[in-house]
Design a protein around this ligand. Structure first.
Ligand code: ADP
Length: 652
């Protein structure tokens, strides 16, 4: 900071934070052909400032002087080539000017911008979410002056910048609280001084705002005082009847609420009348905010009471598993001075929350039903919008299965998964409709990717019989799936669990099972003893066809990928031991069983015992490898491989 002293003014010069420079560059490059949105952004900020002032004035008496009419004024000055947007809202203190217009407050911005810049993507729809609307003024202006006086104070400050690395702060005067932004327009953009152009922009982008937006008339002749003309209609959009609201108006409201610069993917306008009355609009964005999975990210709807804005991000009316939803609710019954605490215990906010959840799930259900017309096949083909929704927010929605089991029935038809027998995504109902004759249950397998699961021995028996397995590869699936009990009466069970008797229908032949168990008894005893530190049990399996063995989960056991995760983060953790299942028809197993029988019959030959131990270790190690888990002792395993290969090459 450098300070310049002149007899009458005291000007401080500050550098912008590095992020601001980056954002400015991005805004200017990417909005090159869409400059007019600057007015929408500045009016949107002014409206927020008025909302905040009105909210504070509910509890701070005298904050707004008697007789004040709150609103927004737009004042073009052709002679000076300036356009001023003034509000008498909360205003900003000197510190706030410096912080709000000199830094970018959201955490994570730096990393995000670095990525955007590295990708050389001037994609402004991504930066809108950081709250950078103000900087869009530099699209049309080469100098911006902001004079602001915070409500409840008497000092005013002026912030000035050319948008190039630095800004200046100096004391100023202002008659009332609020903020005036004066844009010194570039010569190429003097069109924005024309009344009809300003009126068009306000109607197009800001008509739904309830604060009066007035345009100063170009004065002619004698000074009779400024004349202002109201240019917006100003009834809250959610109060209107949906048939009187255009798609564009909904989209503008969404942009105002969300700071997203892209239109939403879908929206729903709802009104509840009866013992309690409220209305609202929920929006599903078309892309994820960068902090969708950050624990600090705010979520919630914007809450109004009888049209008065009372709270940003009201979490009480929107569950966390719908945190991607943006929107507004307006209650007729909540008190105006409603606080977070009051909302938390309020029966009313629970009712509102319920209706919001219903509106969102109804909206998603409609979206899922919306097909893309021609070429859609059966019921299984989603339209592009639903595909996009699912890809972007599916993992978040799944959290609802776990957190709100009451809603599971409604969430169920919205779920999509990859499966073992088809490319693309299917719903659980699709999979159910394709069940094989005689199949009694639906199967799923948890893992990292479809490719990894398709190679896993656990499901090879099911695959061989053409049974479709639901492949769950999202980090949330492991716990989310526990919220699904059945799909229309058919149980959904984990194919990698010991209790999943996946070969049962085929192995109805009890005598085969008995003889398999008899034939492998000595081998299994031997394996159990050798592997006692690694597995809890060794038993004959009917789920395997081409693999010699696999590891299955005991009740309460961790699926392999979660076990790997646990081991990597908590090496000392001891997850429950798994069960080794062997394939009684595999030549490796039958061969080993025969070898042990031979030894048992007394045909001892030197070194055979040690060799069997090594074979048993290898059977266990390859079961780990087959499911994608690292063997417990890779060096030892590599040595065994080399030795065995040497022997087999020598014999070849
Ligand atoms: P956003 O509005 O998305 O947060 P902006 O860059 O447009 O981001 O504005 C940054 C911050 O500056 C706002 O969050 C607000 O606190 C403050 N601000 C901007 N315009 C005004 C205004 N007219 N009155 C009061 N505060 C304002």
């Amino acid at each position: 900071m450098t300070e310049t002293h002149t007899p009458s003014v005291h000007v401080e010069e500050h550098r912008f934070e590095a992020e601001v420079d980056a954002v400015l560059r991005l805004v200017i490059n990417s909005l090159y052909s869409n400059k007019e949105i600057f007015l929408r952004e500045l009016i949107s900020n002014a409206s927020d400032a008025l909302d905040k002032l009105r909210f504070r004035s509910l509890t701070e008496e005298g904050l707004v002087p008697e007789g004040t009419t709150l609103g927004i004024r737009i004042e073009p000055d052709a002679a000076k080539k300036t356009l001023t947007i003034a509000d008498n809202g909360v205003g900003m203190t000197k510190d706030e000017l410096q912080k709000n217009l000199g830094t970018i407050a959201k955490s994570g911005t730096r990393e995000f911008l670095a990525r955007l810049e590295a990708a050389q993507k001037s994609d402004v729809s991504q930066i809108g979410q950081f709250g950078v609307g103000f900087y869009s003024s530099f699209l049309v202006a080469d100098r911006v002056e902001v004079v602001s006086r915070a409500a409840g104070t008497s000092d005013a400050w002026k912030w000035t910048s050319e948008g190039q690395g630095a800004f200046r702060l100096e004391p100023a005067t202002r008659d009332e609280q609020g903020t005036s932004l004066t844009l010194h327009l570039k010569d190429a953009h003097l069109d924005y001084l024309r009344s009809w152009e300003i009126e068009r922009l306000v109607r197009e982008y800001s008509d739904y705002l309830t604060w009066p937006i007035e345009l100063k008339a170009e004065r002619e002749g004698a000074e009779t005082g400024a004349v202002y003309k109201r240019v917006n209609k100003g009834t809250a959009l959610w109060q209107r009847s949906p048939k009187d609201v255009t798609k564009e108006q909904y989209e503008e409201l969404y942009k105002h609420l969300s700071h997203d610069w892209q239109p939403p993917l879908a929206y729903k306008h709802f009104k509840i009348e009866g013992t309690t009355e409220f209305s609202g609009i929920v929006f599903v964005p078309s892309r994820a905010p960068f902090d969708l999975f950050s624990p600090e990210a705010k979520h919630g709807l914007r809450l109004h009471v009888k049209r008065v804005f009372v709270m940003e991000d009201a979490e009480e009316v929107l569950p966390k598993w719908l945190r991607f939803v943006r929107g507004v609710v307006d209650s007729e019954d909540l008190p105006l001075n409603v606080s977070r605490e009051l909302l938390q215990d309020s029966r009313l906010s629970k009712t509102i929350r319920q209706q919001v959840v219903k509106a969102v799930l109804d909206l998603l259900t409609e979206l899922a039903k919306r097909k893309d017309g021609e070429g859609a096949e059966g019921g299984a083909q989603d339209g592009d919008d639903y595909k996009l929704f699912w890809k972007t927010f599916g993992p978040v929605l799944k959290e609802g299965l776990h957190f709100e089991p009451d809603q599971a029935k409604k969430i169920l038809p919205l779920l999509r998964y990859e499966t073992s027998t088809r490319e693309g995504l299917s719903s659980l109902f699709d999979v159910k409709s394709r069940m094989k004759e005689g199949q009694k249950e639906l199967y799923y397998a948890l893992g990292e990717s479809r490719a990894q699961l398709l190679g896993s021995p656990h499901i090879e028996g099911l695959q061989k019989r053409g049974i479709e397995v639901v492949l769950m590869t999202d980090a949330v699936d492991g716990w989310a799936v526990q919220g699904i009990e059945d799909v229309d009466g058919v149980k959904l069970i984990d194919a990698t669990k010991a209790s999943a008797d996946v070969g049962a229908e085929e192995a109805a032949d009890a005598s085969k099972k008995e003889s398999d168990e008899g034939k492998t008894k000595a081998l299994r005893d031997r394996m159990r003893a050798r592997l006692q530190d690694h597995v809890s049990e060794v038993r004959v399996s009917s789920r395997l066809t081409s693999s010699p063995a696999c590891l299955v989960l005991p009740e309460g056991g961790l699926p392999p990928h979660l076990e790997r995760l646990l081991r990597s983060t908590q090496p000392e953790a001891k997850p429950p031991k798994r069960i080794l299942e062997i394939n009684p028809d595999h030549p490796l197993i039958t061969g080993l069983a025969a070898l042990i029988d031979k030894l048992g019959a007394g045909h001892e030959n030197g070194g055979a015992e040690a060799r069997i131990d090594r074979y048993v270790d290898l059977v266990h190690a390859q079961a780990l490898l087959a499911e994608g888990s690292p063997p417990e002792n890779p060096a030892e395993l590599a040595k065994s491989f080399a030795e065995l290969l040497t022997e087999s090459v020598a014999r070849a």
